[in-house]
Design a protein around this ligand. Structure first.
Ligand SMILES: Nc1ncnc2c1ncn2[C@@H]1O[C@H](COP(=O)(O)OP(=O)(O)OP(=O)(O)O)[C@@H](O)[C@H]1O
Ligand SMILES: [Mg+2]
Length: 411
């Protein structure tokens, strides 16, 4: 073997070893990048998947992790939410995902504003199929909103109830948007306080109270795991074309400015459970407290943020002189209400706002009392007396004088 042959062999071996080394390092680098960004073949498949239903088209044109260039909030999400952002949200919740263009077209380039809240603006929209929806656009500077956006999509995707404002789509392109069923009669607040709307009749008020109670009962006992609303108030109760009420905005409760301690309180001033404010622990009974305030608001037409509780306490003092809750009835009712029903519902509301959460009824008990109060209107007028409801270790007695009905048992 001469020198030339030896040189060729050595050169060949060095070339092969070098090439192999290069190939291995490239492969290793690709694996590291894939691992770091969490891209799997299954996810890519998810990202390309197109869903259809009777009305909507879901177009996953991009990896969920790469979109939303205008959103600042994602970077602050805890690890488990980051995981959801990359993975589950695109496939697990089963809600149609819209492109920005689709929603831009449906909202006439975001010109049809119907309201604005802490979360951002709400637009009326008409989808390609003709269906009317409401599109809520998350304000781009809201970090909390980004978190709530994920919560809302994940929560609402698995909840379906006739007394909840169902989520029918979302978008994560160019910001975060939620698409809801359109509620043509707007919020309960607008019907209680806007002079342009006709006053709500007593029967309608009772129906609305029962609808809301059923929505909350579903959140507390029908959803698994149970869901606490945390922001029950009249602007979060929306009315459809038949004036039936639905609860909106669960998972979207905003942070209140009251912030006497290091961590913030969620909810809206006037509806906040005092026990929650002192203990910082929100329970089902905190929702019950807010619902009690809402009941008093429906009865009196007064805003809880403008001294309703003081007004109620005055009514309660009068009650000891047997005057009755009729004193607090909304003047827009013009005296057209059933005094027995009003007394029953106000007594129930008073129990709901008890400072001691243990003395408040559960939403199950609330639904029971309200449906029994409303029942005589739907069937022949039956009368019933002194019923008691036992559950969760408490017993609630309502004195329905002059009426007769067998005692109730909890469902
Ligand atoms: N699904 C919907 N259909 C029709 N109108 C809606 C719908 N969702 C919201 N709106 C309208 O948009 C308004 C603003 O709603 P949003 O939930 O953003 O704020 P809010 O409830 O008034 O206040 P906050 O942000 O404090 O909860 C509502 O009062 C209602 O009039
Ligand atoms: Mg709202």
């Amino acid at each position: 073997m001469n020198e030339l042959q030896l040189g060729l062999i050595v050169g060949f071996c060095v070339g092969v070893i070098g090439g192999l080394g290069l190939a291995i390092s490239i492969k290793f680098s690709i694996m590291c990048i894939r691992k770091h960004f969490g891209v799997t073949d299954t996810e890519k498949q998810d990202a390309l998947e197109t869903k259809t239903n009777s009305c909507t088209r879901s177009s996953y044109s991009a990896n969920v992790g790469n979109n939303s260039p205008r959103t600042s909030g994602w970077s602050n999400l805890p690890e488990w939410l980051e995981g959801l952002k990359r993975k589950s949200i695109s496939s697990a919740c089963g809600i149609p995902k819209y492109t920005y263009k689709e929603l831009q077209k449906a909202t006439c380039n975001f010109t049809t504003i119907i309201g604005e809240g802490a979360f951002g603006r709400v637009y009326k929209a008409q989808m390609a199929c003709g269906r009317l929806v409401a599109v809520k656009v998350l304000a781009t500077n809201s970090k909390q909103g980004a978190m709530e956006f994920l919560t809302e999509v994940l929560l609402l995707g698995r909840l379906h109830h006739k007394n909840l404002v169902n989520l029918v789509g979302y978008s994560t392109e160019k910001g975060h948007m939620l698409v809801y069923v359109y509620m043509s009669n707007g919020s309960l607040a607008s019907h209680l306080y806007n002079e342009k709307n006709d006053p709500l009749s007593w029967d309608l008020r009772v129906q609305i109270a029962l609808d809301v109670a059923r929505g909350l009962e579903y959140l507390h006992y029908g959803a698994f795991p149970p869901i606490l609303h945390r922001d029950i108030k009249s602007s979060n109760i929306l009315l459809d074309e038949s004036m039936r009420a639905r609860v909106s905005d669960f998972g979207l409760s905003r942070q209140e400015t009251i912030n006497s301690q290091s961590f913030k309180i969620k909810g809206t001033f006037g509806y906040l459970d005092p026990e929650y404010m002192s203990t910082r622990t929100f329970t089902k009974k905190s929702d019950v407290y807010s619902f009690g305030m809402l009941l008093f608001e429906i009865i009196s037409g007064r805003n809880p943020q403008q001294g309703l509780m003081e007004y109620v306490e005055l009514g309660a003092i009068d009650l000891e002189g047997n005057i009755g809750w009729g004193e607090i009835a909304d003047s827009r009712l013009s005296g057209k209400f059933d005094p027995h029903e009003l007394n029953n519902i106000a007594s129930l509301a008073y129990k709901c706002v008890s400072p001691d959460s243990g003395k408040r009824p559960s939403m199950r008990e609330v639904v029971l009392v309200l449906s029994q109060t409303q029942r005589p209107r739907n069937c022949s007028r039956q009368h019933w007396q002194n019923f008691s409801i036992k559950s969760e270790g408490s017993c609630f007695e309502l004195d329905l004088s002059g009426t007769q009905e067998p005692p109730l048992t909890e469902r």
